[in-house]
Write a protein that binds this ligand. Structure first.
Ligand code: NI
Length: 226
């Protein structure tokens, strides 16, 4: 499932983050690339664990904890500390697949990357190119969202970022280990949750809502690793 999550950050949070980015030191993005992706990657990154990455990363994580759409779609068990990248002057990231397991630098924590996320800090009007292109079983999807919005997609998919030919594209990227490893099962739970919420919003006391909520939780109990 490919899902756009609008307004993860407010305009003020985006603005504040961009001020921090402007004063931060950026390094070659190949520092976090795996074996196979190192040849495909050409961008800049904030160093992992740098003060700027930590400060904005904490804002992103706090926003996600309060975002019902993110929680419902990702069913997160663990979220990798957000990383930040910048593409400009023709920079791109060729077709690759994200590493299945990521170790959080400086810790013994490991995350299985079930979902990948890209949160945009620059708007589509500020740069040309820079589309995130995701290939899944339903075809190829091009993604370029307003600042503050985020795309969530299965980390199993091949993807690339097209060259940025004007302006700069700044984004945060990170991974989520979900309580539900399988994308198909996770998508079913999300669809069921959306349907239950729709019933609740149309008629709060509908008796079928309790039954369906029971089904939701029993599927979650059956499938979840916590
Ligand atoms: Ni990637």
């Amino acid at each position: 499932m490919l899902l756009a999550i609008p307004d993860v950050l407010t305009a003020e949070q985006v603005l504040r983050a961009r001020q921090i980015f402007e004063n931060a030191e950026w390094v070659d993005g190949r520092v976090t690339a795996g074996h196979q992706s190192v040849r495909a990657k050409n961008n800049m990154q904030l160093p992992e664990g740098s003060p700027a990455a930590r400060e904005v990363g904490a804002v992103v994580l706090a926003a996600l904890e309060q975002n019902p759409l993110f929680i419902s779609a990702a069913l997160p068990a663990r979220v990798f500390p957000p990383l930040f990248n910048r593409y400009q002057g023709g920079q791109l990231f060729g077709t690759h697949v994200d590493n299945a397991i990521r170790q959080v630098t400086g810790t013994t924590h490991r995350i299985r990357t079930d979902l990948s996320a890209t949160l945009f800090f620059t708007g589509p009007e500020e740069y040309d190119g820079g589309e995130l292109v995701v290939e899944d079983t339903y075809g190829t999807h091009q993604v370029k969202l307003p600042a503050g919005h985020m795309i969530l997609y299965p980390a199993t998919s091949l993807h690339h970022v097209r060259p940025v030919t004007r302006g700069a594209r700044i984004a945060s990227f990170f991974w989520i280990q979900s309580m539900i490893r399988d994308d198909g099962q996770r998508t079913l739970l999300f669809d069921l949750d959306v349907a239950i919420q729709r019933i609740n919003s149309e008629r709060a006391d509908h008796p079928v809502s309790v039954q369906l909520t029971g089904v939701y939780h029993n599927l979650l109990r059956r499938w979840a690793d916590v």
